[in-house]
Write a protein that binds this ligand. Structure first.
Ligand code: MV4
Length: 449
């Protein structure tokens, strides 16, 4: 068993990992930038190390500083949280070269899934259904035109080094293809230093459904159902729920088994998310995330598991604490992301929190590193809290969300809380009738004044 682990992250996810470790009797080391000296994760950890100035590139992304912090504190393993170094294969390699353990997948699996063409090829070969499109990359405009004549329009051109919405261009017709192809390629070259692109049929009104998977790294793997994350703005998720309001038990079992078998086959270790577009009852793979995700608590709520403790277990070579048959869905969970941002533009609003009160009661979980008097620094992500509610069914969860939002007090900065009060008034939200475009359209028609 690890005696001490280091958390290479900040904010609510650093607290999430500290809590998991403490319950397992594992000591924790926080790292922080000079801007985060007063942050809650520093207070809550057993020890802390200042690793650099405010800029992420010189602190939370500084591999030498993080390795040095392990060496001076005697931490044996590193949990990366999400973002920062969590999907950096090079970092994983360096961690392992220093005799430390990375709490996450192998460098090889991170590398495979980080290249979107390789990820898709791999998944396709494993029997995971994918969006129709090019076999691998498309090198020339001629090739692009020939392919699109075959699959039909609209199409989407994606950068292999992109993902999460970066480096994509839609073409509605043959005349638009030239521009979409050439700009996707040159933007990919500029943004990622890699101009390789691939082409897919563009699905016009899908939902974003993602399957939570978990492997022991030795060929056993399970799925923990799906999350519907269709409510997004500019590729930032706003509200997530589990189970998906439109997914049947039969669909879940079928796609879940395909995903779990794929992970077992490659001996995947730890938590992963297999992202799909879901349209007219069909699943189409788009990407795999090789990390613990922001929205993991909705899955934890309905399955009653601690995904971070499981990550730590399998990183030590222990088996998972559950089998597929143990994983039974109980009720419904919804998460809302509370950001320090001002509507309607979602402009970041760092600053001092003058009053903070977290909601509580049955079925309410608040993951946040806020406290009274805390000053939100301007250097990092604007997520300040995740409110997760759990109820016996979707309707109860929505009622509980409204109740919990009413109890929440965050004074001193603008937040996205008013958005959630407004969304809860919408029939489409109450009925679960939304797709990946619903929120952008709603914001356009309701928050524009
Ligand atoms: C697509 C698509 C439609 N058709 N691929 C955006 C993020 C990246 N993970 C993949 N994305 C999309 N890929 C095909 N073939 C539409 C999107 C997309 C989207 C996907 C999920 C959630 C929100 C979205 C918003 C706009 C576009």
């Amino acid at each position: 068993m690890f005696e001490k682990i280091l958390i290479a992250n900040r904010g609510e996810i650093a607290l999430r990992v500290i809590r998991a470790a403490r319950e397992m009797g594992i000591k924790t080391v926080a790292v922080h930038s000079t801007a985060d000296a007063d942050a809650m994760h520093v207070r809550m950890a057993d020890e802390s190390v200042c690793i650099g100035p405010p800029s992420s590139s010189e602190s939370y992304l500084s591999i030498p500083s993080i390795i040095a912090a392990c060496e001076v504190t005697g931490a044996q393993a590193i949990h990366p949280g999400y973002g920062f170094l969590s999907e950096n294969a090079n970092f994983v390699q360096i961690v392992e070269d220093h005799g430390l353990t990375f709490i996450g997948p192998s460098a090889e699996h991170i590398r495979i899934m980080g290249d979107k063409i390789t990820a898709k090829d791999t998944m396709k070969a494993l029997g995971v259904p994918c969006v129709p499109g090019s076999e691998g990359g498309v090198a020339t405009l001629k090739q692009a035109q020939a392919l699109c004549a075959e699959i039909g329009f609209p199409v989407i051109v994606k950068a292999t080094a992109g993902g999460g919405g970066r480096g994509m261009k839609v073409a509605q017709s043959a005349t638009e293809l030239e521009k979409a192809f050439l700009t996707a390629r040159s933007e990919a070259k500029a943004a990622f230093g890699n101009d390789e692109v691939y082409i897919e049929k563009y699905l016009t009104t899908p939902r974003h459904i993602e399957i939570q998977v978990f492997g022991d790294g030795k060929g056993r793997a399970v799925h923990l159902g799906e999350r519907d994350c269709s409510l997004q703005r500019r590729h930032q998720k706003v509200l997530e729920e589990a189970p998906g309001p439109c997914i049947t038990a039969e669909e879940r079992a079928r796609i879940g088994k395909i995903c779990a078998d794929a992970c077992a086959n490659i001996q995947y270790r730890g938590a992963g998310t297999i992202e799909f577009l879901y349209e007219k009852g069909e699943f189409f793979f788009i990407e795999m995330n090789t990390r613990l995700q922001v929205e993991h608590p909705v899955t934890e709520a309905i399955f009653g598991v601690d995904l971070v403790q499981e990550q730590i277990r399998v990183a030590e070579g222990l088996p998972m604490s559950f089998t597929q048959d143990d994983l039974i869905i109980n009720g419904h969970a919804i998460e809302v992301r509370i950001n320090a941002e001002k509507l309607p533009d979602f402009a970041p609003r760092p600053g001092r929190i003058t009053q903070f009160h977290a909601p509580g009661g049955l079925g309410v979980r608040m993951d946040s590193a806020l406290y009274d008097g805390y000053k939100i620094p301007p250097y990092y992500d604007s997520l300040i809290a995740k409110l997760i509610v759990h109820g016996k069914d979707r309707h109860s969860a929505l009622r509980r969300l409204a109740r919990a939002l009413g109890e929440l007090i965050v004074d001193g900065v603008d937040t996205t809380v008013p958005l959630f009060h407004a969304l809860l008034q919408e029939d489409d939200i109450q009925s679960g009738n939304y797709n990946i475009h619903w929120l952008e359209h709603w914001l356009e028609t309701n928050l524009r004044d």
